[in-house]
Design a protein around this ligand. Structure first.
Ligand SMILES: *[C@@H]1O[C@H](CO)[C@@H](O)[C@H](O)[C@H]1NC(C)=O
Ligand SMILES: *[C@@H]1O[C@H](CO)[C@@H](O)[C@H](O)[C@H]1NC(C)=O
Ligand SMILES: *[C@@H]1O[C@H](CO)[C@@H](O)[C@H](O)[C@H]1NC(C)=O
Ligand SMILES: *[C@@H]1O[C@H](CO)[C@@H](O)[C@H](O)[C@H]1NC(C)=O
Ligand SMILES: *[C@@H]1O[C@H](CO)[C@@H](O)[C@H](O)[C@H]1NC(C)=O
Ligand SMILES: *[C@@H]1O[C@H](CO)[C@@H](O)[C@H](O)[C@H]1NC(C)=O
Ligand SMILES: *[C@@H]1O[C@H](CO)[C@@H](O)[C@H](O)[C@H]1NC(C)=O
Ligand SMILES: *[C@@H]1O[C@H](CO)[C@@H](O)[C@H](O)[C@H]1NC(C)=O
Ligand SMILES: *[C@@H]1O[C@H](CO)[C@@H](O)[C@H](O)[C@H]1NC(C)=O
Ligand SMILES: *[C@@H]1O[C@H](CO)[C@@H](O)[C@H](O)[C@H]1NC(C)=O
Ligand SMILES: *[C@@H]1O[C@H](CO)[C@@H](O)[C@H](O)[C@H]1NC(C)=O
Ligand SMILES: *[C@@H]1O[C@H](CO)[C@@H](O)[C@H](O)[C@H]1NC(C)=O
Length: 839
């Protein structure tokens, strides 16, 4: 242990590290001042429940470190600790890693410090004995967060890409900082998807002013379920190395350890004995978890004297302590918190916000301005750029983690987010795609989701295929090896992944690939009796195979026909006999022997969970989605033409779309996913993202504008309850962003639909150094489109192609007005996968 109580106060004060200041630049917030970092932090009732699950704290665009608080749950049955921050929870620590906007069991909340103003009644192993309510309102801006604890300690923090800086303002009296390596964001009791601490080591340096080591953790949302084979909770461990230091020498630095009482069969700690007392090590400056996986930590104590500041800098790495230390030294050279805040603000402005310019003058609607820049902010928190930080294999390729998920990224993220990265962040985007391919190369499959260096979970199809196809058809080449990219997609299309026996779905892998490929290859659809989630998977696999065909056109032309054929699979589960709400013909569960299940109600989806007929979407949606692609997965945008036909032609298609927006038609209670929405369309759910825009496919663009605008106005606010459900790593925010631009991207095609922009003039830097300008006149009169010019030419189609304005830049001009006008006379948007199966 490390025990230096003999140090005199005088020498303590002398040991204060001198302030290394960057240039004492005046703080220039620039466009970052319009970001409201709390949008999505609350649900309708002011707690986190039903909110966006977002991270609030210090971060950089796609940074590894996301520094912020971890909190307790006021009520476990409604708790959402996913982003660490909750409106009503008590603080248990200030930790280095977070996700943003995710659902399921929380992941991360690791490498935490907790300031304590007293040790009375504190058991350092028992977070409930030291957790602290917050006083007053938290303050946050881009790269900055401040909170005040009941104990009187005020904490301000910021982050670099791999490190964080915390400034603690202690009141008069005792000053301690607790570092509990076994701290993580917990899941609710009984949730088996939670995290666990699997051991580590801490060393206190000679001068007591710094500590370093590593911790290993398992579980958290995507743990897969090799666990079921191993009969233990050990799977997908990931290790975080850390280095933390203080600007002043503590009077005392004690290591401690104690039995790990969180249940881990492998470590024999299933004794239900309650939390034990720590043992403080007094002879050594090093502590390890050892064979019994003990919990370990350090307690640092400063003088019991006048109020003072203590500042800490902490670096993290997946590779080594040396790297963790070098990140601190390189990325946060100053002990002045605001130097890092300024640095963060500069980086966000340059990398993100400055790339969109709008008039911000007396006439601007500031709510719209804030929604725009806040949406950009939330889209850049995840995934995490871990390039140079890959612990599992040697590779010169970039590495990204926290794709949470493609369904999100693609499915979630993939619908709206990646198409935005494509034009807005081409360098990062190319890097992400290279990383997806490198993961396939070394781990066997591209991820559908990935976090903590572990693939999983798969929600429907293999949606990385859609991401790759979207990039490919829009011409992204750069350093991407498309021979390998195509091979990675073919693997998804042809090789059934090993079953992971995930208790949430025992039937097939939830880790990667397409678990129902057996049905898909044999029957051309996913059957109801041999597989789960038959409808959503059929829909998703169809788009996935269309995506494969899109890349095959350039990389392997002989395969095109095969995959195009397979992309029609969704038609195999179209049952024209199913009736609902006065319409005929829906997607329906089909048995492997070819029969449809006639007792099926398209308005229900069971629990809408893993084992149900469709995932996070109701079949009615799903059928409509099909047309428009997405209900369940963004899947059918490739053949809206056939969908319209199966639904009964343009007029019926329109009526069926109208029905989606009719209040009080939803009979399925979607719980927290439903955001109190009573229409069939649930904009809080990614499969529905494209639905409001589908009217473009029957040249009724005015209705797309009306439906999408009314959803945006109703559900997206510059407020804590500002998005309808989980932000899903920014997917929700990207939907709004496209809506504000007046454009909607059709994933896997170089095609964008036109809607109606929110700003009179907007310049966006795209493709590195080109400018896309979007102008609108008549905004004061209304939002209906009266006419459009692209690059000065009058435009009669309600869509355009990537090369029209997204490659070399260009101008889109809208004339808006009060009247819904059928201004478009040109062809409807394409259905490049069009092929109707004869029945
Ligand atoms: C508090 O710590 C215990 C013991 O490690 C852990 O099981 C629990 O989840 C923690 N609670 C919170 C809210 O972090
Ligand atoms: C926070 O701590 C206070 C006592 O300090 C307690 O009354 C309250 O229930 C706690 N709240 C949560 C959400 O843990
Ligand atoms: C926790 O939330 C659930 C669901 O809203 C509610 O039924 C229950 O009464 C709450 N428990 C407490 C102690 O407030
Ligand atoms: C994670 O592993 C645990 C233990 O086997 C299991 O109960 C849980 O369902 C798994 N979660 C997921 C999402 O696979
Ligand atoms: C270590 O130091 C603590 C705090 O001073 C003391 O309470 C404890 O008894 C000591 N433990 C050992 C094993 O000497
Ligand atoms: C640091 O920056 C924050 C956020 O911009 C500001 O509120 C605070 O006053 C600054 N502190 C100092 C010491 O400049
Ligand atoms: C957009 O760019 C054009 C051409 O450079 C410029 O005239 C216009 O003022 C810019 N608009 C905004 C909002 O920055
Ligand atoms: C700004 O936009 C919001 C949301 O669209 C709207 O409610 C508000 O009335 C607008 N404010 C002004 C001044 O036009
Ligand atoms: C692309 O990958 C293939 C297969 O690994 C390899 O043979 C080829 O040399 C690579 N192409 C380039 C340009 O690196
Ligand atoms: C594609 O489908 C057509 C029509 O059913 C069939 O004639 C053709 O052989 C199929 N092609 C491939 C490569 O499977
Ligand atoms: C048809 O669906 C109903 C209800 O969804 C179910 O109870 C029944 O077992 C299914 N029939 C077959 C043959 O699978
Ligand atoms: C929807 O149902 C609720 C509750 O029954 C009712 O208050 C509301 O008026 C209905 N809305 C419409 C548009 O019918």
């Amino acid at each position: 242990m490390h025990f230096r109580s003999t140090l005199a106060l005088a020498s303590l004060l002398q040991s204060v590290t001198p302030v290394i200041s960057l240039q004492d630049s005046k703080f220039k917030p620039g466009l970052s001042q319009y970001v409201n970092p709390f949008i999505g932090s609350e649900g309708p009732d002011g707690t986190g429940f039903g909110g966006g699950d977002i991270f609030v704290g210090g971060a950089r665009p796609f940074g590894v470190a996301k520094v912020g608080i971890d909190s307790t749950a006021a009520n476990w049955s409604t708790a959402v600790l996913n982003g660490g921050w909750t409106p009503d929870g008590n603080v248990t620590g200030f930790s280095m890693m977070h996700e943003s906007g995710t659902g399921g069991a929380p992941k991360y909340g690791l490498i935490a410090q907790m300031p304590l103003a007293s040790l009375e009644d504190v058991n350092v192993l028992d977070n409930m004995t030291y957790s602290q309510p917050r006083i007053g309102k938290d303050i946050a801006s881009v790269g900055y967060y401040k909170t005040r604890l009941k104990s009187g300690v005020e904490v301000e923090l910021s982050a670099s890409r791999h490190a964080g800086i915390m400034e603690y303002s202690f009141p008069k009296g005792e000053k301690h900082i607790l570092f509990d390596l076994s701290h993580y964001l917990p899941a609710s009791p009984g949730d088996t998807g939670g995290q666990l601490f699997a051991g580590g080591e801490i060393q206190i340096q000679e001068d007591d002013q710094s500590y370093s080591g590593y911790g290993t953790y398992v579980g958290g949302w995507n743990n897969g379920s090799l666990s079921a084979w191993l009969k233990s909770y050990i799977c997908a461990p990931f290790t975080v190395y850390f280095y933390g230091e203080f600007n002043q020498r503590p009077q005392q630095a004690q290591t401690f350890s104690g039995p790990n009482t969180d249940p881990m069969p492998r470590y024999q700690n299933l004794a239900n004995g309650g939390i034990s007392e720590p043992e403080f090590g007094n002879q050594t400056d090093k502590v390890t978890s050892g064979p019994m996986n003990n919990r370990i930590g350090v307690l640092l104590s400063w003088n019991d004297g006048p109020a003072s500041h203590i500042t800490s800098r902490v670096g993290i790495s997946s590779m080594s302590i040396d790297r963790a230390r070098s990140y601190v030294k390189k990325e946060i050279p100053s002990w002045k918190l605001n130097d890092t805040v300024n640095d963060a603000v500069d980086e966000w402005n340059q990398d993100v916000f400055n790339k969109i310019q709008i008039p911000i003058d007396g006439s601007a609607n500031m709510t719209h301005v804030r929604l725009l820049y806040s949406s950009l902010y939330f889209m850049h928190l995840m995934p995490s750029d871990r390039t140079g930080e890959h612990p599992l294999w040697d590779s010169d390729e970039p590495y990204w983690d926290d794709f949470y998920t493609m369904w999100i990224l693609l499915g979630d993220i993939f619908r709206c987010t990646v198409s935005f990265y494509h034009i807005f962040q081409p360098k990062y985007y190319e890097s992400m795609i290279r990383s997806l391919i490198d993961i396939w190369k070394h781990a066997g499959f591209m991820p559908d989701g990935r976090s903590g260096n572990w693939n999983g979970l798969v929600q429907g199809g293999s949606d990385a295929d859609n991401v790759l196809a979207d990039a490919y058809v829009k011409g992204l080449r750069g350093g991407i090896n498309w021979t390998e990219g195509y091979a990675a997609m073919v693997k998804d299309a042809e090789v059934t992944p090993y079953n992971t026996f995930d208790p949430t779905d025992f039937t097939a892998s939830t880790k990667e690939g397409r678990g129902a490929l057996d049905d898909w290859k044999e029957l051309g659809y996913v059957s109801y009796d041999r597989n789960t989630r038959c409808i959503s998977r059929t829909v998703e696999y169809s788009l996935n195979d269309f995506a494969v065909a899109q890349v095959a056109k350039g990389e392997s032309p002989a395969d095109v026909e095969k995959y195009l054929n397979r992309s029609t699979g969704w038609q195999n589960i179209w049952d024209e006999k199913v009736q609902s709400l006065g319409f005929e013909g829906f997607l329906a569960p089909r048995l492997a022997d070819g029969r449809f299940n006639s007792s099926f109600d398209p308005l229900l989806c069971g629990g809408c969970e893993w084992k149900d007929v469709s995932y996070e979407g109701i079949p009615w949606d799903c059928s409509v989605m099909l047309m428009r692609v997405a209900e369940y997965s963004f899947v059918i945008p490739h053949d809206v033409k056939t969908l319209v036909k199966l639904m009964g032609g343009d007029e019926t298609f329109e009526k069926r779309l109208d029905m989606m927006f009719k209040p009080n038609t939803s009979v399925q209670d979607l719980g927290a996913n439903g955001a109190g929405i009573t229409t069939l369309i649930n904009i809080g759910n990614e499969p529905d993202f494209a639905t409001p825009y589908l009217y473009n496919y029957i040249n009724k663009q005015a209705k797309s504008v009306m439906q999408s605008r009314s959803l945006a106005n109703q559900y997206f606010k510059d407020a804590a309850y500002g998005i309808p459900g989980n932000s899903d790593a920014g997917a929700m925010n990207s939907w709004l962003l496209w809506q504000m631009l007046g454009i909607y991207p059709i994933v896997t095609q170089p095609v964008y639909l036109l809607s109606s922009p929110w700003f009179p003039d907007l310049n966006m830097t795209i493709n590195g150094d080109k400018t896309l300008r979007i102008k609108a006149t008549g905004l004061d009169e209304g939002y209906f489109v009266q006419g459009v010019q692209i690059n000065g030419k009058s435009w009669t189609k309600n869509w355009f192609e990537h090369e029209d304005v997204m490659v070399n830049g260009g101008t889109i001009e809208f004339q808006l007005g009060k009247e819904a006008t059928e201004w478009e006379t040109g062809e409807v948007p394409p259905s490049p996968g069009h092929m109707q199966l004869s029945k």
